[in-house]
Design a protein around this ligand. Structure first.
Ligand SMILES: Nc1nc2c(c(=O)[nH]1)N[C@H]1C(S)=C(S)[C@@H](COP(=O)(O)OP(=O)(O)OC[C@H]3O[C@@H](n4cnc5c(=O)[nH]c(N)nc54)[C@H](O)[C@@H]3O)O[C@H]1N2
Ligand SMILES: Nc1nc2c(c(=O)[nH]1)N[C@H]1C(S)=C(S)[C@@H](COP(=O)(O)OP(=O)(O)OC[C@H]3O[C@@H](n4cnc5c(=O)[nH]c(N)nc54)[C@H](O)[C@@H]3O)O[C@H]1N2
Ligand SMILES: [Mo]
Length: 762
């Protein structure tokens, strides 16, 4: 399983590596975003578009899910939000001539970067069986074709319906309704690869699969942990929130194997002093942890807190809270007291005094928030790790009061909303009951396939139709060679997309591209709604003219397919849904808790907050009716001699599989992406020098996996760990290497070795 390096992934000047940056944003963030926006959109369109991002009367940024807050600044976007907007609002277009020129085989040999640079998709395209080229197709014929293939299935469970997290609430609700009307719960989504571990752990322990803090909580916290997250690149507006918290007296502890620029110092580009001055030091303390060391760290901190309680009884543990609101404290306490410090030091790579110092901060803080993202969710023991974060917070009653709680920072701008709308392969019985009562049909009860299971089903020939509402399934999923072969076995693959990507090129026997509107574009006089990472629901209204007159909004695509499938449906008024999204919202209000009076409340400026029992009432709707302490075994991930633990991360110039450019400014990389960041000591031990060409090789029982043509970069990462960008390294993540319970691919802990480039040995 070898993946050759495609050729467009270095710039003409070639790859250049300098020292990493020690601060984030500032003037380069402003010039960087404007340069990219001008290249894609031109100057006039850039100004008109960026002025509308995250404004009350504008559209929700298609970048990340960070909330906007009550006082929106006139420029409520960030460098990377601007890039996300430019990527969508580009004036470049892909027409039928493009597909006449490039066949599927040739497109499959291109990089994600090249594919994305070609511009917006403009009309529905069909790749007939046996053909190499897509040809234009009418919308009517496209829907008839999908319906024909769905009807030909032995059971609806032979179809898979993926969703990426940009889909609006209205489109997501209609989509899951269509899928369940058809008779399956096969609704995998990008969450399965993202925050599923958070959802699993939080539902079990706190009774809600979401965070329990608002932006106001963050502003008033005494201590904020930022764990396994690179906000300078992936949630830049979070830096402003951290800066504000710091001005209010908060301390920040960063826990990361990499000294990410955004965590160290921040120059707020929205204030003159930020563009020109020294900026704000964000992290008061940096714990440079080994990959996958966090479970051990949180247990160790809890253990030290228990010892502090022993020394001064009644001062550390919030007994009142523990007794009134939690379950399982004693068993957990016993397990944590048995913790072995040697294991902690081996797992974390941290010395005990560093952990003690952090615990000193905890003892000095009345309210603590822990924020995290993919650094915690994409390991084998991720669910256990996040449960341990919860234990640590519960100990001092740091859940369900102002300035305290859990803050899983979501990725895609509406990934949380899509789940709320029912995009879930394991829906709760109560949700299905509500659907049944509202629409008068019996939804399927059997749980469906998640992302990894869907790939297995495609590989086995058990899934035959693959339909994607956005995203880039082929590039985003693990084990590229396995996934590509699985996708090619499908009878029909359908992609509802704004931009060209690998999933159009690596497709089934027959394939369809259904081009759709993006967030920035006008959808008649309609608006859609989204939910941010903190459970605020608000409207989003695009203003730009659509990229082509032949695009359909996602809602229309769902509704027209439904009409083709169900004819005059006695259960769902699809035509009305398509015409008037208020009608969909009225139905959502009937089905989804917290959406009562949806149409009125979402028209209020800023939208509304969804109920959150732990946050609002310190109520924990778990199996025990209380917040659960859980016992989680510490198993140190031991890497065999000579091997390294690889994490696959995002560069500063990408949005998941969408690659905007070849630079990773904060990490000092320019002009290319095939780099692997390794500790200088680990390089020296292998007789390698900075700049040496290497291949990354994973050894697995079912064969080697190799990503070729990388350059070793000496980098101040934690010892024994290394980092490289995805999607290039997805070839190294085995499909069966997943987190327990959440089934999330272990993209942040892959054992590899560095082999001489092109050689078979190593
Ligand atoms: N511009 C931009 N914005 C984005 C995205 C994008 O691609 N580009 N993607 C969006 C999406 S879908 C998501 S989910 C988020 C992702 O946001 P992040 O989670 O910030 O993204 P990653 O690049 O995966 O970075 C993981 C971070 O965790 C650290 N880390 C890795 N493993 C460990 C570990 O074991 N322990 C600890 N403590 N740290 C670890 C890494 O060093 C890195 O800093 O961003 C969203 N926003
Ligand atoms: N190795 C490794 N793999 C990972 C990760 C990792 O950290 N490491 N991270 C994982 C994570 S956190 C995530 S969330 C997944 C992301 O997985 P996906 O969500 O599947 O991937 P994206 O790259 O975000 O999808 C980009 C495509 O979405 C389409 N698109 C953009 N906007 C719209 C829209 O408004 N509507 C529609 N219909 N289509 C649109 C465009 O065609 C674009 O090409 O990847 C996962 N994969
Ligand atoms: Mo994500």
């Amino acid at each position: 399983m070898v993946r050759k390096a495609p050729r467009e992934d270095v710039t003409e000047d070639g790859l250049q590596v300098g020292p990493p940056k020690e601060w984030a944003a500032g003037l380069p963030a402003v010039t960087g975003s404007l340069r990219m926006a001008h290249a894609q959109m031109g100057v006039g369109r850039t100004l008109a578009t960026l002025a509308r991002v995250n404004q009350g009367n504008g559209f929700d940024c298609p970048g990340c899910a960070w909330p906007e807050g009550e006082h929106r600044s006139p420029a409520e976007f960030c460098e990377n939000g601007a890039k996300a907007v430019a990527e969508e609002a580009t004036t470049r277009r892909i027409t039928r001539d493009f597909f006449a020129r490039y066949g599927v085989a040739e497109l499959a040999g291109r990089t994600d970067y090249w594919l994305g640079q070609q511009g917006r998709l403009t009309e529905p395209m069909h790749r007939p069986a046996g053909a190499d080229h897509y040809v234009p197709v009418t919308w009517e014929k496209a829907f008839a074709l999908v319906a024909r293939e769905l009807r030909a299935l032995a059971t609806p469970d032979e179809a898979v319906f993926y969703t990426s997290g940009r889909t609006s609430n209205e489109a997501a609700f209609a989509y899951q309704l269509l899928v369940r009307r058809l008779g399956t719960n096969n609704l995998p989504d990008c969450s399965n690869m993202c925050h599923e571990s958070s959802g699993s752990a939080l539902t079990e322990t706190l009774g809600i699969g979401k965070g329990t803090v608002s932006l106001a909580d963050l502003h008033r916290a005494d201590l904020i942990f930022v764990v396994g997250q690179n906000p300078g690149t992936n949630h830049p507006r979070m830096l402003s929130a951290l800066e504000r918290a710091k001005r209010n007296g908060a301390r920040v502890i960063a826990v990361n194997p990499l000294p990410e620029a955004g965590l160290l110092r921040f120059k707020n580009p929205q204030r003159p002093s930020g563009v020109l001055g020294r900026g704000t030091t964000l992290a008061d303390r940096f714990l440079q942890i080994r990959l996958n060391g966090d479970l051990a760290l949180f247990q160790a901190m809890s253990r030290l807190l228990l010892e502090a309680e022993d020394a001064a009884p009644g001062t550390v543990v919030d007994r009142g809270f523990v007794q009134a609101h939690t379950h399982g404290f004693d068993a957990w306490e016993k397990s944590v007291r048995a913790l072995d410090w040697a294991d902690v030091e081996e797992a974390t790579g941290l010395e005990r005094p560093a952990v003690e110092a952090a615990v000193g901060d905890v003892l000095g803080a009345r309210s603590v928030i822990v924020c995290w993202a993919m650094g915690l969710t994409q390991h084998r023991n991720s669910v256990a790790t996040i449960r341990e974060v919860v234990n640590f917070l519960l100990l001092r009653g740091n859940v369900g009061r102002p300035g305290a709680g859990v803050c899983p920072v979501r990725g895609h701008s509406n990934v949380q909303g899509d789940r709320t709308m029912g995009i879930y392969e394991k829906p709760a019985a109560s949700f299905l009951d509500a659907l049944r009562d509202e629409f008068g049909f019996e939804p399927p009860r059997r749980h469906g396939l998640d992302t990894v299971e869907a790939i297995r089903a495609l590989r086995a020939g058990e899934a035959k139709v693959f339909f994607a509402m956005g995203g880039n399934f082929v590039s985003a999923t693990p084990d590229t060679a396995v996934t590509e072969a699985a996708m090619r076995r499908a009878r029909l693959t359908v992609q509802v997309s704004t931009k060209l990507n690998r999933s159009h090129a690596v497709c089934g026997t027959e394939a369809l591209i259904l081009p759709t509107l993006g967030r920035t574009e006008r959808d008649g006089d309609r608006f859609v709604t989204v939910e941010d990472s903190m459970g605020m629901v608000h409207a989003s209204r695009g203003r730009l003219a659509p990229a082509s007159p032949h695009l359909l909004p996602e809602v229309a695509i769902v509704c027209r397919l439904a009409r083709e499938l169900f004819g005059a449906d006695p259960h769902v008024p699809w035509e009305e849904f398509e015409r008037d999204y208020d009608v969909i919202r009225d139905r959502i209000a009937q089905v989804v808790p917290g959406f009562g009076d949806f149409n009125a409340r979402v028209r209020a400026p800023g939208g509304f907050a969804l109920p959150n029992a732990p946050r609002d009432e310190r109520r924990f709707p778990t199996a025990t009716g209380r917040a659960n302490f859980t016992v989680n075994a510490l198993e140190v991930l031991r890497v065999p001699p000579g091997r390294l633990l690889l994490q696959t991360v995002r560069s500063h110039d990408q949005y998941n599989t969408t690659v905007y450019g070849m630079d990773d400014r904060y990490r000092g990389v320019r002009g290319g992406r095939r780099v692997v960041f390794v500790h200088p000591g680990d390089l020296a031990e292998r007789g390698l020098a900075d700049g040496d060409p290497v291949d990354l090789v994973g050894e697995w029982p079912d064969g080697e996996r190799r990503a070729e043509g990388f350059r070793a970069v000496a980098y101040p990462t934690a010892r024994g760990c290394c980092a490289a960008y995805f999607p290039e390294t997805n070839v190294l993540v085995p499909l069966d290497s997943v987190a327990e319970t959440s089934n999330t691919p272990t993209s942040k802990s892959v054992v590899i070795r560095l082999a001489p480039a092109g050689g078979a040995g190593g």
